[in-house]
Design a protein around this ligand. Sequence first.
Ligand code: HEM
Ligand SMILES: COC(=O)[C@@H](C)c1ccc(-c2ccccc2)c(F)c1
Length: 549
Amino acid sequence: NNPCCSFPCENRGVCLTQGFKEYTCDCANTGYYGDHCEIPTFWLRIKLWLKPGPYTTHYLLTNFQWMWNIINNTSFMRNFIMRSVYLVRNSVIDSPPLFTSGHEYVTWESAANLSYYARTLPPVPRDCPTPMGVKGPKTLPDVELFRKFFVRTKFKPDTINTNVLFAFFAQHFSHMFFKTDLKKGPGFQWGGHGIDVSHIYGPDVASSNKLRTFQDGKLKYQMVNGEMWPPLLKDAPVTMTYPPNVKPEDKLGLGHEFFGMLPGLVVFSAIWLREHNRVCDVMRIEHPEWTDEQLFQTTRLIIIGQTINIVIRDYVQHLSNYNLQLFFNPELLFGYPFQYQNRITVEFNHLYHWHPLMPDDLEINGTKYTAQQYVFNAEMPLKHGMKEMVDSFVKQRAGSVEPNNHPENTIHVALETIKHGRELRMQPFNNYRKRFNLPVYKTFEELTGEKVLATELEQLYGDVDAVEFYVGILLERHVNGGMLGQTVIELGGPNSVKGLMSNPICSPLYWRSSTFGGDVGFNLVKDSTLQKLFCMNMNGCPRIAFSVP
Ligand code: HEM
Ligand SMILES: COC(=O)[C@@H](C)c1ccc(-c2ccccc2)c(F)c1
């Protein structure tokens, strides 16, 4: 068998076979040396000795509020720490990417073929003793056996009071860059590999042209009960997926073909549509000399900037549960080694499968909608109006992303994800822990933080080093009351921060007032918040947040 099947090379060393029996580990440029790249060079040893471990770091960041109050109000400290967060997270992401799901070694495909998702770790070689390399069973347990780990018996609310608004924001935002091309296979995608707000403007120019009015830079819309909503599909004939039972006159034309599926996606599509058209009006006052095209293009850049800002200071702030006040400032990276390019990885996609966030039913202004009633219910948001929808989303609790908390209607998605992991030959969960400098789990109990599930998992896998990626992600215990497992935070964090800060608008020659049409446009980016996004675009200004009041 292939001697690299036991993944003998540590610390991002590459295993190279020499004939059929031997291998060498290439430790070049890793900061490590030795047969398995296990020995840190002198300076790295010092750094590792000084650097607090992930548990300590997380504990520091999620406690000692008094200390963070001082840091958050001292700009040189705040800037220093925020820059370290950007740079440390960035350092564990390969840019350009080394691997795709098509090959277990470095290829030109990985650098150049954007129709692939990238891979942080290459696929398990095909000629290995077991599917997970050398550990675990010769055949992996039937995916159906995992259903009992996912199924929700009783709704478990999230521990940090996350609400349904957060859940829909997560889905709406992440589907901008998670667009698996299932026709080609789970390793392929048709997105833009980053924050291009294609979920608002459409995946290509042809669809953008169908969504635009070509007047004053604005997007098409329809007025319903005095409020602006996305246009009807017949007026903006983009590619949309709706089931046959939806009446044609109810179908909407949106930036993403599946966004008709949920009322939360329609609400976020509507709020960004309103913001886009509002910013166009502001920019037209600043620049009466501008054409429709320049208004549209500049407003799109402003919307990208607002998205990144809101994701960092409201969305990531909430889910990271950090006391450090996060903020968006590309200037912190000027003069530091940083690549303004991003590639979405399969691992990021899988760890972002947070279907347990969804409650069983949606309660809108006292009306209860079962999944059956709210999925592809195109007219519900327009009927209730923005205020009732947003109020309800803010008030309703989201589910906890943990075992046995999937709504019935999304368990199949979780099982699909495990299947995709197998098709893509993803390496074991513990290999990903190592790749991101996290301690491996030595026992099943350590992974799940309890006994019952641990015993059942042991019966299925035999060896904790054979636990599959998504299974580990979902069944992992949470650290001190956070909303996500440690691995989601420590793998998602780098992918997320890299995806946010490597956007072209963050690069030195883009990040200037003129790119956004002058200071007014630049400030629309810098001063954007989730609260403003809603309050500037709906009647009344209810409390907007990602946690229930
Ligand atoms: C009732 C609500 C939801 C339903 C019915 C639903 C359903 C689905 C379905 C059918 C898929 C496609 C699975 C496949 O074919 O591989 C999917 C994918 C996905 N879902 Fe959900 N979902 C819901 C909410 C959410 C939420 C709240 C999140 C939060 C982040 C989320 C994250 C994802 C991700 C990241 C994917 C992969 C997308 C891709 O790779 O193209 N979903 N979901
Ligand atoms: C990991 O530490 C960080 O860099 C913080 C700021 C951070 C950043 C991003 C995430 C994050 C993780 C998963 C999906 C989306 C965002 C996260 F969970 C934590």
